[in-house]
Design a protein. Structure first.
Length: 123
């Protein structure tokens, strides 16, 4: 039986928490054989990013930003996250991905981002 690696904590930034949960549930299921992802929080607005990242006892290893954010909002989130957690893996979902490919395109993009990362895998 494979050993259980430490969980990889994931925080999302999405103004629609239910959508963030749905997308992350799909990602977790898609990669569960190789990765132990755990969704620990969602930030509904940029103003929530710093307090959420600062308040978690164990800092998340991954921050996923919704495709609904503007470039300047993504940059602000990136600066906050990297200032607080320099080693955090940032995944910015491309703006037009949902419109052009729907939820499946987002799921495929996230799976690709996780599998190409240097996140610890299950043995």
């Amino acid at each position: 039986m494979p050993s259980q690696p430490q969980p990889i904590h994931v925080v999302t930034v999405d103004s629609t928490p239910a959508k963030a949960l749905e997308i992350l549930a799909g990602l977790i299921k898609a990669v569960e054989k190789d990765y132990n992802l755990v969704h620990v929080a969602n930030c509904e607005a940029i103003k929530d990013v710093k307090p959420v990242l600062s308040s978690l006892i164990i800092g998340p290893q991954v921050l996923i930003c919704s495709s609904k954010l503007f470039d300047d909002e993504e940059e602000e989130i990136r600066e906050i996250a990297q200032r607080l957690l320099p080693d955090i893996k940032l995944i910015m979902v491309p703006h037009d991905l949902h419109a052009t490919g729907g939820g499946n395109a987002i799921a495929e993009f996230l799976v690709e981002q996780v599998t190409e990362s240097r996140l610890p895998t299950r043995d």
